[in-house]
Ligand binder design. Sequence first.
Ligand code: MN
Ligand code: MN
Length: 309
Amino acid sequence: MDAHPQPLGGNEMPRFGGIATYMRLPGTSRLADLDVAVVGVPFDLGTSNRPGARFGPRAIRAESVLIRPYNMATRAAPFDRLRIDDVGDVATNAFNLADSVARIEEYYDDLTTHDVRPLSIGGDHTIVLPILRALARRHGPLGVVHVDAHTDINDAMFGERITHGTPFRRAVEEDLLDGERVVQIGVRATGYAADDFDWSRQQGFRVVQVEECWHRSLTPLMAEVREQLAGGPVYISFDIDGLDPAFAPGTGTPEIGGLTVPQALEIIRGCAGLPIVGADLVEVAPIYDTSGATALTAANLLYEILCVL
Ligand code: MN
Ligand code: MN
């Protein structure tokens, strides 16, 4: 094995040049040589409102070009510590949701066989179900830090049981989660019934509605979350619509009154020390992201996740 794969520097190739891998990583590694694989999952057949998250991986790679290897706030050096590379995209089937889900599951089964931790770029939130299936098969029931405007625990949407609004209900039914070690942060807005979020609580999830987050640092919350989740494998699932649409307008189901970017950094940095087995960032839909700010934020949040792996 050669030295760890490194992002290409801005003094070797201008930042607007070259092939757009995540953070200008080489994109040439074999799975067997990696600790962490950055995987694109271009898929949005599970969206209920505005489509377009299939273009998320490409836009996030494009906006990731300015990110440098060292974290000046936390001093993390992920590329010195871990073998990380962009391994490309899952070949989803744009004509068939169920077949896409099966293809994603098969892809992540292969990753876990190689003991590679996945950092996934969505895609809509449907993709977390096949990812959790593969990871739970390898690690057993998972704790989850789930950041989202929505709990994604619907039983069905328009009669369909696998959509971007149902993955955490299916994951509970399939025993993929350790309910006492799941926290949902940033949930808000309107529901079909006033007790919609209580199903999560009945599974043992801690539900942190966004009103509990307003006007304050989330660092104290994350100290409690670390204590709650420390006992077993943890997965991070970050839906970009957890952020306020002022910061992340490029998404399919935006809700007002959301988290700020500094709060997102506090959540991710607050996961440091947890036994994280994988993570995703989902629901970036570039066609509503006229400035690129949503994809830019997503690219940086993915980097912050690399820093706590
Ligand atoms: Mn979601
Ligand atoms: Mn959402």
